[in-house]
Design a protein around this ligand. Structure first.
Ligand SMILES: [Zn+2]
Length: 77
């Protein structure tokens, strides 16, 4: 990973880089070539340790922990 200087001070989230307003409007992680909607989480999950989430707005990699949003595949029981 390349580190580059940013002109603006990084937000306290620890995952700066998003240029959207508000920052990180939504996150998507590509897992096995399938995009999943994910959300920031307080700690890393197995998936977030293996895969990279990106901002859906600007495509900036989200380096903080995240978790997958559970979307039930139409379980009409
Ligand atoms: Zn963004």
């Amino acid at each position: 990973m390349n580190r580059r200087n940013t002109r603006a001070p990084a937000p306290a989230s620890g995952a700066g880089g998003c240029t959207c307003t508000p920052a990180w409007p939504a996150l998507t992680a590509l897992i096995d070539d399938t995009p999943y909607t994910v959300t920031p989480a307080p700690s890393h999950s197995p998936a977030s340790a293996l895969y990279l989430a990106r901002c859906t707005g600007c495509g900036t990699p989200y380096l903080g922990p995240w978790k997958r949003l559970v979307v039930p595949p139409s379980q009409a029981a």
